[in-house]
Design a protein. Sequence first.
Length: 118
Amino acid sequence: MKHLLILIVAAAVYLHFYPNEKVTQFYNTQKQTLLDGFGEFSDTKVRLKAEKIFTDLKPELGSFSDKEIERLKVITSERAVVKEFYYSICQTQKRDIVFHITNEKKVCSTISRYTALF
C-alpha cells in the first residue's frame, strides 16, 4: 500500500512538472471515473427509490395501456433513468411517444414531487 501511494505521488509530481496532454487527459478521465464510483457507493444522502414512483402510480394504472405500463416499468427501473426522463420529457416540450398526454402528465407530476431527491 505504501509503494502504491509513493507511485501515485510520483506520477502526480511528474505530470505537474512535465505535462503531457494525452497522459494528463487519461489521468483526469480515470480519476473522474474512480471518484464517480466511490461517490455512488459512499453516498449518504437520502435518495429516491425509483420504484417509489411506480408504487405511487399504482392506483391510477387502470387508465394506462399495457405498453404504457411497460414503459413506466422501464422508466422506474433506475434513479438515473427517472432523472433522464424527467429532464428530457417533463421539463421540455417534447412528448414521449408511448404515453397518452394525460398519463404523461400524471407521471411527470408524480416525479416532480421527488425532484429534490435526485
